[in-house]
Design a protein around this ligand. Structure first.
Ligand SMILES: *[C@@H]1O[C@H](CO)[C@@H](O)[C@H](O)[C@H]1NC(C)=O
Ligand SMILES: *[C@@H]1O[C@H](CO)[C@@H](O)[C@H](O)[C@H]1NC(C)=O
Ligand SMILES: *[C@@H]1O[C@H](CO)[C@@H](O)[C@H](O)[C@H]1NC(C)=O
Ligand SMILES: *[C@@H]1O[C@H](CO)[C@@H](O)[C@H](O)[C@H]1NC(C)=O
Ligand SMILES: *[C@@H]1O[C@H](CO)[C@@H](O)[C@H](O)[C@H]1NC(C)=O
Ligand SMILES: *[C@@H]1O[C@H](CO)[C@@H](O)[C@H](O)[C@H]1NC(C)=O
Ligand SMILES: *[C@@H]1O[C@H](CO)[C@@H](O)[C@H](O)[C@H]1NC(C)=O
Ligand SMILES: *[C@@H]1O[C@H](CO)[C@@H](O)[C@H](O)[C@H]1NC(C)=O
Ligand SMILES: *[C@@H]1O[C@H](CO)[C@@H](O)[C@H](O)[C@H]1NC(C)=O
Length: 599
């Protein structure tokens, strides 16, 4: 059998991810061998004379800005995730904290802390409170000497849900794990929520301003747009192909005056590496129709009662087992420990759903292959001074997707250039006790990908860029100036993987990855205008030596440059690692006046 890069990718990653689903047992053996031998290196390579402490894994990101107050901490769950395959999520009763001395909190932080040792795959997991998703994440892959990692997420935007004293709620954690003699890793997990009281005399008190658009004010009500709790699965919908549509019925209070849908997305199995999937005609011509295809473009579409309200062109999160698992130890890939969620402004459409009746949100994914996990939270701001608000959708333009693919191939060598463009516009007014407010929302997307197969498919290079622009404009009755909330994101991916063959069963895979996540934001604030600029780029290169289908050795090296600048403060981190070791780590909080600033 000719070990092309594609077959390798297919076997190593595709079947590897099938291990999450034991129904595909026929292909397990080979890959278990491949992976277990690879992972067992960590046993042989450590010095048995010196007992080792667990390795700490982490994602490079800006630390959460905390008020100078003592948090009131609530330990919610301790659980050992071992044999959780085919089982329901783990449930705990959640009561909003009553033991805290304060009742007003300016920051709420979710802390996930876990340890694991042995061997295990990367597992996707989710945390929901009464069906509202709080965190989507991926576990770290352990090593024999043990690992520890934690994820801290600012969950202040779920304030009204977390502090709902009216009812006791259910927290659900779904992490599908399988433990056996080879895959020994059990995840020991602690979840704590830290509530930080307001610090008197700080500017934060201004956030009590009741008007949703003016500040970082949090929704009064958050409705789950997810599956119901009685499942042996996560609460996410499973989207299995390009025609599959997930629908959720909901009703909103009739006094809402703003609505934002927060969408969580992750891609798995045949679409875990969607950005590297070639077109079907290439696979067909080369008799590789079992390999994941449908080309490298994906788009998540969100509908409300059959109208397209927004789209998500997702960031290419690489999970901790992706490309070369050694790349993500100890610095994990951008977004892998805290997957980004995406906000869609629903306010222009509010007038169509204020009738107290049932409405439907729908999710589908263009070109999808099995499987995408998608759900959402509907954030609603309610008018305390009225029982009914009213509104009308004024304008809705859904420009059809313009996609172009230029394919050129000869056997397994080929070049594929894919580009896509789309924009969606909506505007509408809502009349509440704040007056008649007109909101418009524009999304503008550009996608470009070049994919190159050479050496008869043994070498693949992908260079992809997504530009994702969201613009919200709010016309308040009292103000001449529109409020602005804009973000412009650039997601870039460069992936180069080369299989250097010695013979059919012995080869080396060399891979290079560059992942970029840049975000520019501009927002009207009480104090004026705030802008922020994030440039986050991670470069990795790795090597795996495969002998007789077993990965016998390997190494991963990464460097990451994180630069955040805003008027309120800056954060820079420049860090590098190789073979589990941090080589350098420079952190700076002060904004460098001399450095080139985008403002
Ligand atoms: C939650 O509380 C209810 C009622 O108090 C109880 O019946 C149930 O067993 C509790 N569930 C969990 C997971 O502790
Ligand atoms: C929530 O649960 C606690 C403890 O089980 C109970 O004392 C309290 O009355 C419950 N609150 C509501 C609103 O059901
Ligand atoms: C797509 O997935 C849905 C849901 O699993 C299934 O009912 C449908 O038959 C699939 N369509 C195709 C074309 O495979
Ligand atoms: C694909 O399979 C068909 C039939 O089995 C065969 O005729 C053809 O030569 C194969 N093509 C390639 C590129 O291997
Ligand atoms: C609200 O403003 C819009 C746009 O200016 C206008 O068309 C609409 O009639 C107004 N609605 C009410 C109830 O005043
Ligand atoms: C594919 O490209 C390689 C060089 O990358 C070349 O050696 C080989 O002959 C090409 N194969 C075909 C079918 O053109
Ligand atoms: C990827 O493509 C962009 C243009 O879209 C180009 O500027 C960049 O240099 C390419 N990167 C690599 C590594 O080839
Ligand atoms: C990876 O990057 C290194 C250094 O930038 C380069 O020498 C090497 O050719 C690259 N390898 C691949 C497979 O692109
Ligand atoms: C990685 O580090 C281990 C010791 O921790 C060492 O035995 C091994 O040779 C190193 N690998 C490379 C490629 O440097």
């Amino acid at each position: 059998m000719n070990h092309t890069f594609l077959t390798f990718l297919f076997l190593f990653f595709f079947f590897l991810s099938f291990l999450h689903h034991p129904t595909y047992a026929s292909n397990l053996y080979k890959i278990k061998q491949l992976n277990s031998d690879f992972l067992s290196q960590s046993t042989s390579s450590h010095d048995s004379h010196t007992p080792q402490s667990p390795t700490k894994y982490f994602e490079v990101t800006k630390p959460i800005e905390l008020p100078k107050t003592k948090p009131c901490s609530y330990h919610i769950l301790h659980h050992e995730f071992a044999h959780t395959y085919g089982k329901p999520p783990v449930f705990v009763n959640y009561t909003s904290p009553s033991h805290c001395s304060s009742t007003k909190f300016s920051k709420i932080v979710l802390e996930w802390k876990a340890t694991c040792e042995g061997r295990q795959f990367d597992r996707i997991f989710g945390i929901w409170l009464d069906g509202v998703e709080l965190l989507r994440s991926c576990t770290a892959e352990p090593r024999a000497t043990g690992i520890v990692w934690s994820v801290e997420k600012d969950i202040t935007r779920y304030h009204s849900l977390l502090l709902n004293h009216q009812k006791n709620q259910t927290l659900a954690v779904f992490l599908r794990n399988v433990v056996d003699q080879t895959y020994t890793g059990v995840y020991h997990v602690d979840i704590t929520i830290h509530f930080y009281p307001f610090h008197v005399n700080t500017h934060e008190t201004k956030k009590l301003n009741p008007l949703a658009f003016r500040t970082d004010s949090h929704a009064d009500l958050i409705l789950p747009i997810s599956r119901n709790l009685q499942l042996n699965d996560g609460l996410w919908f499973n989207i299995q192909n390009s025609t599959d549509v997930a629908l959720k019925e909901f009703t909103i209070p009739q006094n809402a005056y703003r609505a934002v849908l927060e969408v969580y997305v992750s891609f798995h199995e045949k679409d875990e590496f969607w950005y590297s999937n070639p077109p079907n005609e290439y696979l067909a011509a080369n008799n590789q129709t079992n390999s994941p295809g449908n080309g490298p473009f994906r788009e998540v579409l969100v509908t409300l009662d059959d109208k397209l309200v927004g789209s998500v062109w997702p960031f290419t999160v690489i999970y901790t087992g992706g490309v070369n698992p050694l790349l993500w130890r100890p610095i994990t890939g951008i977004g892998s420990f805290d997957l980004p969620s995406y906000d869609i402004e629903i306010t222009p459409f509010l007038g169509t759903i204020l009738d107290g009746k049932n409405h439907l949100f729908g999710f589908k994914v263009t070109n999808a292959l099995n499987v995408w996990y998608i759900d959402a939270n509907l954030h609603l701001w309610l008018d305390a001074k009225s029982v009914r608000t009213e509104g009308v959708l004024l304008n809705h333009i859904d420009k059809p997707l313009v996609e172009s693919i230029v394919s050129e191939f000869n056997g397994l060598n080929g070049t594929f250039l894919t580009s896509a463009k789309k924009s969606i516009l909506s505007s509408g007014w809502v009349r509440s006790s704040f007056g008649n407010i007109t909101t418009s929302f524009v999304q503008d997307f550009t996608y470009y990908s070049s994919m190159l197969f050479s050496k008869n498919g043994a070498k693949q290079a992908v260079n992809q860029t997504i530009l994702f622009i969201d613009a919200v404009r709010v016309k308040l009755p009292s103000s001449r100036l529109d409020l602005i909330d804009d973000s412009s994101r650039k997601f870039s991916l460069y992936l180069d993987s080369d299989q250097l063959a010695q013979d059919n069963d012995n080869f080396i895979v060399v891979s290079n990855v560059t992942l970029g996540f840049d975000v520019n934001k501009a927002k009207s604030e009480d104090s004026g205008f705030s802008k922020s600029y994030l440039k986050n780029v991670l470069d990795g290169k790795g090597k795996m030596v495969v002998e007789n289908n077993l990965v016998v050795s390997g190494v991963g090296e990464t460097q990451q440059d994180y630069r955040y600048e805003s008027k309120e403060g800056c954060y820079f981190r420049n860090i590098g690692s190789s073979n589990y070791t941090i080589l350098y780590d420079k952190v700076k909080y002060s904004c460098n006046k001399r450095s080139h600033s985008p403002f």
